[in-house]
Write a protein that binds this ligand. Structure first.
Ligand code: CDP
Ligand code: MG
Length: 745
């Protein structure tokens, strides 16, 4: 890395770019070595792993499995046969022998914690049992929450197939900006965030007979808030059944939280898993992963491979590297199917990971930690675990959120290893040392509520009439400062009044399923008569960072195409420009192709835009257009994002309030212009604190849109006058804000 930095001087490269570069150099070196040593031997010779005696078969066998279900024969099965085989598969799941016992326990107890290994059938079977048992009579519904969109969609599709109904009829899913349910839907798989929003329209969840909070161990922010709300609803709705389903983690805590609710354990079906560690730490885990996959493929008996990486970019890079090397190895190795899985992957691509591997071939699924517990992929024998995940963290002092790659916890590492032992004895290769596992990994992951901003959730709770947030029934309370900052930001946005009560505008903001600042921007478009444009900007921001594509062989063309969309003013207007031109092309896919724009992302932006447009009436914003007067659009954006502002000082950009050093992202249209004042959509921490999606503003606009938040002297031009003194912490808060905080806390 050091010499790359030297090579590139002060040009900032993203992690991805650096990795790519490193990879290219590695490929060059490897190619040279391969030629010298002969490829096959090279692969077999690199033996980087060892297995300490104590981790042999570390994950113990706990249950003798029934014979595996053979897939049906070569002739296409008749419909009756198909139905029979579906039922046979259902009966083979570990939860099945406990069907009656489980239903009895549910009948006896209002709250039941259900613990079971991933793949035991909790998510797909239990809601069906409840359906069969009549819990959906009299128009009642069953909700099953998932922390991830992908899981909600794929599980609903699976259950619809098992029940022989069309997805969206009896069984459906509901995720943000996508509702695949109807009047008839009684089994609703939904993200935890969507169930939270249900509370807004139905505070007692009256139309639900059962709520199953699934994947509870993930401890997402929304799941944690759901716990508090559901516990409360359950008190005054004794007939409501509450199920909390979790992998084998944390169940005692859930039980204690729900007044010692009983825990129902579904005995796992697990085969022993041998765990291997590297002898020395790996400098480049992506490269190590690719080599290890090929090594497993060449040297190990049949069985599919599951690789855990941290995100889309990394997964795509790894898949490309794998495919590339397989191509070069050609017929020297057996076929290797490389399949990615991450949240934004289109559903037809996602479905491919569940298809059985053709005979003679091997499948390698490259996944985010979505495959840790939410999805079960059959046939995995080998797990490759670099030991990292992408984690959000939040600094309540500065209000900065960052998504960084961090070492995963021991609990995650063990879940990952467990994925190898579902169908037969498996092997887990950890790309870190046994010492690192023992001494460097945390025991468990910190719950999201303790490392994220809370603006959204606080707004929602306030609109549910929950005022005393300090005493809300949290499983783990968020840090005091984070709550404070959320209240303060909502106050600054005008969503709360000085008593900490929801204002009319706050109520409207809560109606929109987007972040408070984005909501505020949409509301402000009424005043500046540009809601058409602002809706587009909002929709494009929510499919963020995946608008342009840049194929390796056409980098120059792609970059030119992107620059052609640049408009003076900044990135928000670029997004607007892309969408407008696409709409003028008749939403054409050909147009996207020619302009290096991702059609999929655009289609999604169009969906989001339509949904937001449908909500405008509810928040009393009329449709209007700025007719090319982009100052109005920029002012409306500023009205939402005045919290995210930076100015150019002698030593580069600094955020206006916190005086943090920040940088314009190299991909931004303003990267070279360096305007004095700007606002940013988000900050991402990669090699530096980068501002993504930046817009040039005038400091006078800040006084226009947020006079309560900015004082004229704070906004004096640093170039013409003396630099303002560094303003810190309490001192930067206006008297008004301090008063407010005194009232609220
Ligand atoms: O929730 P839990 O992890 O206990 O299991 P599940 O998700 O209900 O999965 C039960 C079975 O359904 C597993 O054998 C999965 O392989 C299968 N399944 C599937 O084939 N496709 C899906 N989209 C979901 C589950
Ligand atoms: Mg599940």
């Amino acid at each position: 890395l050091a010499d790359e930095e030297f090579l590139f001087g002060d040009v900032e490269l993203s992690r991805h770019e650096r990795r790519e570069l490193k990879y290219k150099r590695r490929v060059r070196d490897l190619a040279r070595e391969y030629r010298a040593a002969g490829e096959q031997e090279k692969l077999e010779a690199t033996n980087r792993y060892h297995m300490p005696e104590e981790t042999r078969g570390q994950v113990r066998q706990t249950h003798t499995p029934p014979p595996l279900q053979e897939p049906s024969g070569p002739s296409p099965p008749s419909q009756a046969q198909q139905k029979e085989s579906v039922q046979a598969v259902r009966r083979s799941l570990p939860v099945f022998p406990f069907r009656e016992e489980l239903l009895a326990a549910i009948a006896d107890h209002q709250v039941l914690i259900i613990e079971g290994e991933t793949g035991s059938g909790k998510t797909t079977q239990i809601p069906q049992y409840l359906f069969e048992e009549g819990y959906t009579k009299k128009g009642m519904k069953i909700a099953c929450t998932q922390p991830r969109r992908v899981a909600a969609m794929s599980v609903a599709a699976r259950v619809a197939r098992e029940m022989g109904v069309k997805l969206g009829n009896e069984v459906g899913y509901s995720i943000r900006f996508e509702d695949c349910t109807s009047e008839r839907t009684v089994l609703r798989y939904m993200t935890d965030g969507m169930l939270l929003r249900e509370f807004l329209s139905e505070p007692d969840l009256a139309s639900y007979s059962v709520v199953m909070v699934d994947e509870a161990h993930e401890r997402t922010l929304h799941t944690d808030i759901l716990f508090g709300l559901i516990k409360d609803v359950a008190r005054f709705r004794p007939e409501l059944k509450v199920l909390v389903a979790s992998a084998t983690l944390d169940t005692a805590r859930f039980s204690t939280f729900f007044d010692d609710a009983p825990v129902f354990r579904i005995p796992g079906r697990r085969f022993p898993v041998d765990i291997f560690y590297t002898k020395a730490p790996e400098a480049d885990y992506l490269e190590a992963c690719v080599v290890s996959v090929l090594q497993i493929h060449v040297t190990q008996p049949p069985g599919d491979i599951l690789v855990f990486l941290t995100g889309q970019e990394e997964i795509e890079a790894a898949c490309e590297m794998l495919q590339d090397r397989c191509r070069r190895l050609g017929s020297k190795i057996r076929e290797l199917l490389v399949l990615p899985i991450y949240a934004n992957l289109p559903s037809d691509m996602q479905a491919r990971i569940f298809q059985p591997t053709p005979p003679g071939a091997r499948k390698v699924v490259v996944a985010t930690n979505i495959a840790e517990t939410s999805l079960t992929i059959e046939g995995i024998i080998y797990v490759l675990d670099p030991g990292f995940c992408k984690q959000k963290s939040y600094n309540p002092r500065t209000g900065m959120e960052s998504l960084t790659v961090t070492p995963c916890s021991k609990a995650s590492a063990n879940q990952r290893a467990g994925r190898a032992g579902r169908v037969a004895a498996g092997k887990c290769f950890r790309l870190y040392t046994a010492w690192a596992y023992q001494h460097e990994l945390e025991e468990t992951t910190v719950p999201e509520i303790q490392r994220t901003s809370l603006g959204n959730v606080v707004l929602l709770l306030k609109s549910l009439g929950i005022h005393d947030l300090m005493h809300f029934d949290f499983l783990d309370p968020p840090p005091y400062e984070t709550l404070l900052l959320a209240l303060e930001q909502l106050y600054a946005l005008g969503a709360l009044n000085h008593l900490g009560e929801l204002t009319t505008s706050g109520r409207k903001m809560a109606e929109l399923p987007v972040d408070p600042m984005l909501s505020k921007m949409i509301l402000a478009s009424e005043k500046y008569s540009c809601s058409e444009e602002i809706l587009t900007v909002a929709a494009m921001l929510s499919v963020n960072n995946s608008i342009f594509y840049r194929p390796k062989d056409k980098v120059v063309h792609a970059d030119n195409a992107r620059v052609n969309f640049f408009l003076p003013g900044g990135d928000h207007l670029v997004l607007l420009n892309v969408y407008t031109q696409w709409a003028e092309s008749g939403y054409s896919s050909q147009w996207c192709y020619e302009n290096f724009v991702q059609f999929r992302s655009m289609r999604r932006a169009r969906d989001v835009r339509e949904q937001l447009e449908g909500l405008l009436e509810r928040v009393e914003v009329g449709l209007s257009s700025c007719q090319g007067d982009y100052i109005r659009v920029r002012k409306a954006i500023t009205a939402g994002y005045f919290y995210h502002t930076a100015r150019l000082t002698r030593s580069g950009y600094r955020t206006v309030k916190q005086q943090q050093t920040v940088f314009i992202h190299p991909n931004s249209s303003l990267f070279e212009e360096q305007p004095r004042w700007l606002l940013y959509h988000e900050l991402v921490l990669t090699t530096k604190e980068f501002m993504r999606q930046v817009l040039e503003i005038e400091s006078s606009w800040l006084l226009e849109v947020a006079p309560h938040y900015y004082k004229a002297k704070e906004l004096e031009d640093p170039h013409s006058k003396k630099m303002p003194k560094k303003i810190e912490g309490e001192a930067s808060r206006t008297q008004h804000q301090l008063l407010f905080l005194l009232y609220v806390i």
